[in-house]
Design a protein around this ligand. Sequence first.
Ligand code: GLN
Length: 597
Amino acid sequence: MKYIVVSGGVISGIGKGVIASSTGLLLKTLGLRVTSIKIDPYMNIDAGTMAPTEHGEVFVLNDGGEVDLDLGNYERYLNVTLSRDNNITTGKIYREVIEKERRGDYLGKTVQIVPHLTNAIQDWIERVSLLPVDETGETPDVCIIELGGTVGDIESAPFVEALRQFQFRVGQDNFALIHVSLVPVIGGEQKTKPTQAAIRDLRGLGLVPDMIAARCATPLDHAVINKLSMFCHVGPNQVLGVHDVNSTYHVPLLLEQQGMVKFFERRLNLDLSRDVSAPMKEKGLELRRRWKELTSAQERTVDRVEIVLVGKYTSLQDSYISVVKALEHASLRCQRKLVLKWVESSDLEPQAETDRPVEYHQAWQHLCSAKGIIVPGGFGKRGTEGMITAARWAREKKIPFFGICLGFQVAVVEFARNVCGMFDAGSEELDDDCKDPVVVYMPEISRTHLGGTMRLGLRPTLFSDESKEWSKIRSLYGNEPTIWERHRHRYEINPEKVTTIENTRDSVSGSLKFIGRNEKGERMQVAELTDHPYFVGMQAHPELASRPLNPSPPFLGLVAAAAGLLDEQMELQSKQYTPPHPKSSMILESEASSKEP
Ligand code: GLN
């Protein structure tokens, strides 16, 4: 197993995740099997209890792990399926050591950060790096380890020390380090001093960079590369410039052009003719070809498709990173440039007209000119009336619409209120005294513990037989009778209201049919309007499984409908839809609940 650590200096949030996943992708093009581990030095056990506006979206894995959004980057770039253990946090590692101590595993000893915690970190990395992550079911060859935060922080100190020791545990040939740094441009001049200081800190902690990835607004000047090489004690070939590019999909090629692959082949003593089988090599070449094609297709695209995203966490766009990526993947397939307009849902509410008139009118202008509307997931009351308004607009004006999780729930509330005449219809989440709840708390969910207790992870949805006749979403899923997507929710459509809702018909948009349910048929998971160009709601989060080369069907439907290409794409999907999840990860509800922590 070869380990490549990606750490960061100077500031956080400079694209370590993209550089790490691009490195992994490049190694994959050689035919190697690549996995990844993300280390988050915060105390939370996982990202599940953090607001999206804090660290960005909470990514959900097949096994129900609620993890850092960087794992989404890895899954998308490397086309792998990771597990909750691929995300290590300070909370998780301390919990493990403390549980061992209570069991008596260290009996007689004083338990310390060094060596007990640092050993636990190294053991964890070694164990998890061996887990198969792709359809071959075989042990990976390379593990990319991304260390969150910046080196020198108090939080990351035990991890830095563990990695320092780890290079000796696994041997020099099997361990390399990329340090991502920042070269600011001040008055037109690229400044190297912050990177010099960052590398000094790194060396002081016993880690030697094999490669410095220098983030910069502009391409690095030769003189700057030479200066960094001299002051940071590395060869000029070990300094790579990563300047701002239009799309992050260009980063792998940018790194490749500067010799990254050749460097690691030598540095890690990779013998590709010996270690990589002919079919894997072929797969790698194919991946490289398709990736190149994808980036150049993106460059060539000129026609635009406009989508309006109505959400409640729009102040931090990373809150919806997978949704945005899924829209991008779908747009790429449709050969359209995605133009995404952000609408904070509360700006659509009547109160905003007096409180924030400019935002109110702008939000309405976006909504009125929308070619496609998406309402993603979320928690809590704020902004939900605005989402309901957006769903109504889309339904009545026949604008393509896709509601995800909360977006699905509000679309059902809207239909109940405005079509079924259930004027008090609402959700128990949004109104404690709701008189007519069409969305209710799921009976099995804990009311006292919020961490890791939602209905989480990969779950099946079974389509009704009659949906085959007319459903657009079903045909986008290649007419499969059963589909698997990841879930994360506490509330569900009230099963008692389903018959009333389904049996009411609107003269403009038709009926809202719950065509996809769980395996027992009692949980509503997909709804679609019968007489609408495209109006779909899903309880799951299909954005989490979208891939650049395999866009998620409901997103494809939305973008294609907005671009006037829906029939064409439905036809294509019926021939080439491939489910993104390996069969091995598919487990039924009954089995899943016994596996949850
Ligand atoms: N808040 C809703 C629920 O818990 C929706 C969750 C979501 O959008 N992820 O059911």
